[in-house]
Design a protein around this ligand. Structure first.
Ligand code: 8OZ
Length: 365
């Protein structure tokens, strides 16, 4: 057996995994349109990647119409979307696997062409992300300057997260992961580069973390803490994530989340980004840095292979490893890592949008 440390059981809140090769949440932009509805093709894809006792985290899922920031991403606010997700969870459960849904609001990482009424997106503060985004028809465009949220609107957003958590339960998921990573709405509240608010949601670290913690507390009311995880990217730079003191911010956040006894904390290492194969060997190790602050199960993600993942678990820096790109190209990734077999190469050109090609047609051993 290869990569032995990945093939020990692990209790993650309310569930017990038979191995530690987790499928990362992966945006693939292949939901049925109109309506952002998960469809049969998506169920086939998740089912192919399910294993007995394995954990998959479903792709980032829009909690409401204003959450939408990428064409083709699935939602979980309508009954049709819930019905679509039932196909996915059934396919995973048929193989004895577990699946959490990653619930998401994109905030300023959206575009007016995707917003209700053609409004500009909203965010904690009226600060645009740098670089380019896409319109609803996948055209490249400048980011728009978002509208700053009124304090009175924030409770409604937290309620949207709650509704999404309730719908995830109806759809048959085993739990939910709150998406606080990669510079989306929750991250925009966390970081001082995107949050210059002067109310109780801005300013101090405690205030900037308030939105995340209120979302988590609300979702925990629906699921219980032992079926809720949180994903964060402490050293991330995606989507103009800018923070002057990430160590202090994430030490506080990890400690606060730890007190809530969540199922897990999922940390993105800075070795990976959305659009390239970054590999910064000198980057600080997020899992190792924040694991003791959190005190519970930590899933590491970002640029791991079988060996480095197994080593990280063996060293006690993380308890499980989430694989993204390798899981795209290797539906039987856990088996391959277990045997020490070669991996299929991934085709980046088919990551986002399209049909079965590059989605459900990768070969197993
Ligand atoms: C790649 C493309 C679009 C979205 C993230 C949900 O960065 C994403 C995402 C990744 O977390």
């Amino acid at each position: 057996m290869a990569n032995e440390a990945l093939f020990q059981p692990l209790t993650v809140g309310a569930i017990t995994l038979s191995h530690r090769v987790v499928m990362a949440p992966l945006t693939r932009l292949r939901s049925r349109q109109p309506g952002n509805i998960p469809q049969e093709m998506n169920a086939v894809y998740y089912g192919q990647r399910a294993t007995k006792g394995g954990l998959q985290i479903a792709e980032a899922t829009d909690i409401s119409p204003t959450a939408v920031g990428y064409p083709g991403a699935p939602g979980i606010w309508t009954d049709e979307q819930v019905e679509g997700w039932k196909l996915v969870t059934a396919a995973v459960h048929a193989k004895g696997g577990f699946i959490f849904d990653q619930i998401w609001h994109t905030g300023r990482i959206s575009h007016s062409s995707m917003q209700p009424g053609g409004a500009v997106p909203f965010a904690p503060s009226a600060i645009a992300a740098g670089g380019k985004h896409m319109t609803v028809t996948f055209q490249s465009t400048e980011f728009e300057t978002p509208r700053a949220l009124e304090t009175a609107e924030i409770a409604g957003l937290i309620a949207d997260f709650r509704k999404a958590a309730e719908n995830a339960k109806k759809a048959g998921f085993d739990g939910v992961e709150v998406h606080g990573a990669n510079g989306y709405l929750i991250g925009q509240f966390l970081h001082d580069g995107s949050n210059t608010r002067t109310d109780q949601y801005g300013g101090s670290i405690e205030n900037r973390a308030r939105f995340l913690l209120e979302v988590v507390d609300e979702v925990v009311k629906v699921w219980g803490a032992d079926r809720v995880g949180v994903r964060l990217s402490p050293w991330g730079k995606n989507n103009s994530q800018v923070e002057s003191d990430p160590l202090a911010l994430y030490s506080y956040v990890a400690t606060q989340l730890g007190q809530r006894k969540l199922a897990y904390l999922h940390l993105v290492e800075p070795r990976a980004d959305q659009s390239s194969d970054v590999n910064d060997a000198n980057a600080p190790d997020a899992a190792a840095t924040f694991k003791s602050k959190f005190g519970g199960v930590v899933i590491g993600a970002g640029g791991f292979n079988g060996e480095s993942g197994a080593q990280t678990v063996a060293d006690g820096k993380a308890d499980a490893i989430a694989y993204g790109r390798h899981f795209i190209a290797n539906p039987d990734l856990a088996e391959r890592l277990h045997r020490g077999s070669a991996l299929n190469a991934y085709d980046r050109s088919t990551f986002y949008g399209g049909g079965d090609k590059g989605y459900t047609d990768y070969p197993t051993l």
